[in-house]
Design a protein around this ligand. Structure first.
Ligand code: TYD
Length: 153
């Protein structure tokens, strides 16, 4: 099983959509391995968005991630990284397809509801960036055989 990092961005907290978005991941069958509310720091965001530091919107993006606390979560499942990226949809909420989280809840490039890790290497780094080891829980999901065939997990 893979672990992936999801951030419910401050826009999601502000709009009162935390429960709706968390519900989507739960209903999909992903297992919640960690979750907390935190005010992201400039240091964290410099690391997290390092690939965008030359972009003209870099400071604006960082500011938007600090307008209020965010909810950081770690979800677990078979192919969880790709599953969550597909659920999130295209980065620009205006282009994201209906049925995806961004397609259903966002009309903005920047205020696009969630961050989701994009690859196994980044997922591992991102989970470590936002969680201490003792904040990630491994527990036996009672209904695993209702979510997967026995040779899938
Ligand atoms: P990026 O890592 O490219 O996308 P994703 O979040 O889908 O992995 O970009 C990070 C965030 O930066 C993105 O969620 C929204 C914001 N952003 C803009 O505001 N304008 C842009 O043109 C791009 C590419 C991103």
């Amino acid at each position: 099983m893979e672990k992936t990092l999801v951030i419910l961005k401050p826009c999601t907290v502000q709009r009162g959509l935390i429960g709706e978005i968390i519900s989507r991941f739960e209903r999909k069958g992903l297992i919640l391995a960690g979750m907390k509310m935190m005010w992201l720091t400039d240091e964290m965001l410099n690391e997290h968005y390092a690939h965008l530091r030359e972009k003209p919107f870099f400071q604006r993006l960082k500011d938007s991630m600090r307008i209020s606390p965010a909810i950081v979560c770690c979800w677990e499942g078979v192919d969880a990284i790709q599953v969550v990226r597909t659920m999130a949809g295209s980065t620009n909420g205006r282009a994201a397809l209906p049925g995806t989280i961004r397609g259903d809840y966002s009309i903005s490039f920047q205020e696009n509801i969630v961050h989701a890790s994009d690859a196994p290497e980044t997922a591992a780094i991102e989970v470590k960036r936002f969680f201490n080891e003792n904040e990630i829980y491994t527990y036996p999901p009672a209904l695993l055989s209702s979510f997967y065939a026995t040779d899938e997990f």
